[in-house]
Design a protein around this ligand. Sequence first.
Ligand SMILES: C[S@@+](CC[C@H](N)C(=O)[O-])C[C@H]1O[C@@H](n2cnc3c(N)ncnc32)[C@H](O)[C@@H]1O
Length: 310
Amino acid sequence: MEIAFDRMLNALKAVGEETRLRILALFRTGELTVTELVTILRQSQPRVSRHLRLLCEAGLLERYREGTWIFYRLAEGGPEGDMARAIMQYIPFSEQILRHDGERLAEIKAERKERATRYFSENAEDWDRIRTLYVSEDEVEKILLEVTADMKIDDFLDVGTGTGRILEVFAPRIGRGTGIDLSREMLSVARVNLERAKLHNCQVRQGDMYDLALADQSVDLILIHQVLHFADDPSAALREASRLLRPNGRVIVVDFAPHTLEYLRDEQAHRRLGFKDTEVIGWLEQVGLKSDPVIHLKGTELDLSIWVAH
Ligand SMILES: C[S@@+](CC[C@H](N)C(=O)[O-])C[C@H]1O[C@@H](n2cnc3c(N)ncnc32)[C@H](O)[C@@H]1O
């Protein structure tokens, strides 16, 4: 794809500076807030914000506000976004300064993961009550069974299984079910629940949604139910899910529609305040999946969206 001469010059000028090249390098994966970038780069917020503004104006990064948080990520679509990805391939990540930035980025990601894991370890026993606070789960479960009624499901995977409720719902419909979760405490509750319900075709184990440690093309149906809003890189989680999918398999994402309940960040470790339809559809398309028309459900305080992707 060609790019207009002045736009190309602008983009190259924007990255042709040490801090801004360091910033670009940090966007190899996922999205970051200004506060996180300030911590990594150890520069003042006004300076970092100025660099970010220049990178956005040049079309290399894009910014979006969600409540009081502002996120940045590589621009999607557009020749400058493609250029940023092309430049990424040549970045010498082993260079000392970039290695240190990468280490601090990894620390930030580990802290985030630790926060979410702490929340779930403290609330594991109570989760089955909390999960029904915002939407009628009966209705969601009914829809999930309806949209998969035509499928033969030998292998089922529930990513971020928590207390294993989704496994319980699908158990009678599937050959084998696996639930994967980061939190050992949630998994302990899930084991008790599966045992109590005598669901011997389901098992759970600890793992990470970014690295599910299962064979390529080994699963027919993957559910990601109320998990993506904890992810710092939702597109990477969907890429990993798509790797596991058999031909004709499906991935179903259930998550909140965009909302303004900022306190969920502090109280329940949410990172994202819901997702726009197009955002998730875009990530699915990037990994070769096509979403059916998105299903929307009204909740008491929060609305829910269901993306069924083939
Ligand atoms: C809101 S709960 C939803 C649980 C379950 N899917 C349900 O609907 O009841 C989110 C779950 O995602 C898990 N989780 C968060 N980050 C994860 C990750 N990187 N990999 C695997 N599980 C993760 C949490 O431990 C938690 O159990």
